[in-house]
Write a protein that binds this ligand. Structure first.
Ligand code: GCO
Length: 444
C-alpha cells in the first residue's frame, strides 16, 4: 500500500493497540436459541418501530459464525476485539440461575480469540437489558446496582481467568438520554431521567468493585460517547440548550465516575436520589477511559422538551458522511485533548467509524473510499492529539461487520466487512484491506 495512503501515526506509542468493535444485540442473532432470555430490544423490535420492521433475531448470525468472524479479525491483524456479553443470554431473567449454553458460547468465542492471538475486551452492558429486569423497574430501580454487580460476578467467575479488559457500560449517556430525554417536558420524566443516571452510575461502581475483587490484573473502564454539543445558531437560547445537553451527554457519567462529583448544573436534580456515601460508591479506581467519538452534535432550543433541546441544523460548510454525520477530525482531536485534561486516564478509542449504505459492485466487490478517507483523517487527528501529549493507547474501528444499527435497523452499514443479510455472506470491503495494511505497517 503506498505510504501516501497511510495516516501519520508517528506520535502513537509503540505498544499502541489496533482493534475492532461490535456488540451482542447488533451481531449475534439467535435471540431465542439455547435458553437466551428476552431483552428490552427484542421487545422494542416487536413494536415494529425499527426501520423496515427489522429485528435482531438473526442480525449477522455471529452466534453460529463466530469462528469465521474471528478469522476476519485475524486477517485484519488486529491485536484486540471489543465485544459485549448479552446479559439475557447468560442469565435469562437477569437474576437467579445462569444459562450454561449461553456462558459456553462466550467460552468458545474467548478461546477462539485467544487461539488467534487476539485480546478480548469484554463490555458487560451494550443496551440489551433483560426484559424481566425492566419489568422490575430496570435502571429506575436502585436495586439495579445489585443486579448488575451479581451479573458482573458471574462474568468475572466464568471468564476472569482469560479476560482482563472489562468495560462496565457502553455509552451510559446515550441509553439514558435517548430513552428518556427527547420526550415532552414533565416533572415525572425529568425525575426518572435523573434517577436512571444515578442508578447506572451506582451500578458502574458496584461492578468495578466486583471485577477488581475477583479478576487478577483486571483492567477496567467505562465506554463513553463524547461529542461536543454546539449551538445551531448564535442565539442565546440555542447556546444555553447546547451547554445543557453538553453536560448530560458528556459529563453526567464520567464526572462522578472519575472525579467523584456530578456537574454543578445536575446536582439539584440528582440530590433526591442520592444516599450518603453514593459518590464514593460510584467513584472507584479505573484503569482507562473508553472513548466513542463520531462527530460534533448541533443543538437548538426546544422549550417543550425535557432538557429544552432538540437537534438543530449543521453548518452548511461541514462535509457529511452519507448518513449525515459531520466529518470533523479537529473535533475528535479536541475531544481527545479534553478527555485527557479532564480525567487524566489512559484513553482507548473504542468506537470511531463511518456509516453508509454501500453495496457490492457488479463484480461483487465493495469499494468504500469514503470510509478509508474518514478513517485516515480521524487517525491523523488522533496522532495530532498524541503529539500534543494525550495518552491515547488504542483505536478500535466501529465495526468489524455491518450490523443492526438500532432504530435504523440494517439500513445503515458501519462495517469494514459487508454482510449480505439474506445469505449472511461476509465480504471484506476495500477499507478492510486498507486497515489491515495500516496495522501491518505499524508492526515493529
Ligand atoms: C452507539 C453504539 C453503537 C453504534 C455505533 C454507530 O453509539 O450507538 O455504541 O452500537 O452502532 O456507535 O452508531
Amino acid at each position: 500500500m503506498p505510504t501516501t495512503q497511510l495516516p501519520n501515526t508517528a506520535s502513537l506509542p509503540p505498544d499502541f493497540i489496533w482493534g475492532v468493535s461490535t456488540s451482542s444485540f447488533q451481531i449475534e442473532g439467535a435471540t431465542q436459541e439455547d435458553g437466551r432470555g428476552l431483552s428490552i430490544w427484542d421487545i422494542y423490535c416487536r413494536t415494529g418501530e425499527i426501520k423496515n420492521h427489522d429485528t435482531g433475531d438473526s442480525a449477522c448470525d455471529h452466534y453460529h459464525r463466530y469462528r469465521e468472524d474471528v478469522g476476519l479479525m485475524k486477517a485484519l491483524g488486529v491485536q484486540a476485539y471489543r465485544f459485549s456479553v448479552a446479559w439475557p443470554r447468560v442469565r435469562p431473567l437477569g437474576r437467579g440461575s445462569a444459562n450454561e449454553a449461553g456462558l459456553s458460547f462466550y467460552d468458545r468465542l474467548i478461546d477462539e480469540l485467544l487461539a488467534a492471538g487476539i485480546e478480548p475486551w469484554l463490555c458487560l452492558y451494550h443496551w440489551d437489558l433483560p426484559q424481566a429486569l425492566e419489568e422490575r423497574g430496570g435502571w429506575l430501580n436502585r436495586e439495579s446496582a445489585v443486579w448488575f454487580a451479581d451479573y458482573a460476578s458471574l462474568i468475572a467467575a466464568r471468564f476472569g481467568d482469560r479476560v482482563k479488559r472489562f468495560a462496565t457500560f457502553n455509552e451510559p449517556s446515550m441509553f439514558s438520554l435517548f430513552s428518556r430525554s427527547l420526550g415532552k417536558r414533565d416533572g415525572s420524566s425529568e425525575d426518572k431521567l435523573h434517577r436512571m443516571i444515578h442508578n447506572v452510575n451506582l451500578a458502574h461502581g458496584a461492578a468495578v468493585d466486583v471485577l477488581r475483587a475477583n479478576v487478577i490484573n483486571a483492567s477496567i473502564g467505562c465506554i463513553h460517547n463524547r461529542q461536543p454539543c454546539r449551538p445551531s445558531s448564535a442565539s442565546e437560547a440555542d447556546a444555553a440548550a447546547a451547554a445543557r445537553l453538553n453536560v448530560y451527554w458528556n459529563a453526567g457519567f464520567p464526572d462522578p465516575q472519575c472525579r467523584g462529583e456530578y456537574p454543578l448544573s445536575m446536582r439539584v436534580a440528582i440530590e433526591p436520589h442520592m444516599q450518603p456515601g453514593d459518590l464514593a460508591r460510584i467513584c472507584r479506581p479505573l484503569d482507562w477511559f473508553g472513548l466513542n467519538h463520531y462527530s460534533p452534535v448541533y443543538v437548538k432550543a426546544r422549550a417543550d422538551s425535557m432538557l429544552g433541546y432538540d437537534f438543530g441544523d449543521k453548518p452548511a460548510s461541514l462535509p457529511l458522511t452519507p448518513i449525515g454525520w459531520p466529518i470533523d477530525p479537529d473535533a475528535f482531536s479536541r475531544t481527545l485533548q479534553d478527555v485527557h485534561a479532564q480525567y487524566g486516564l489512559p484513553i482507548y478509542v473504542l468506537e470511531n467509524g463511518y456509516g453508509d449504505s454501500g453495496q457490492p459492485n457488479q463484480t461483487g466487490a465493495v469499494i468504500d473510499p469514503g470510509r478509508i478517507e474518514f478513517l485516515k483523517a480521524y487517525i491523523n487527528a488522533m496522532n495530532e492529539a498524541a503529539s500534543s501529549g494525550v495518552d491515547v493507547r488504542g483505536y478500535f474501528v466501529w465495526s468489524l461487520l455491518d450490523n443492526f444499527e438500532w432504530d435504523s435497523g440494517y439500513s445503515i452499514r458501519f462495517g469494514l466487512t459487508y454482510v449480505d443479510y439474506a445469505s449472511l455472506q461476509r465480504t471484506p470491503k476495500s477499507s478492510f484491506g486498507w486497515y489491515a495494511g495500516l496495522i501491518k505497517a505499524m508492526q515493529p
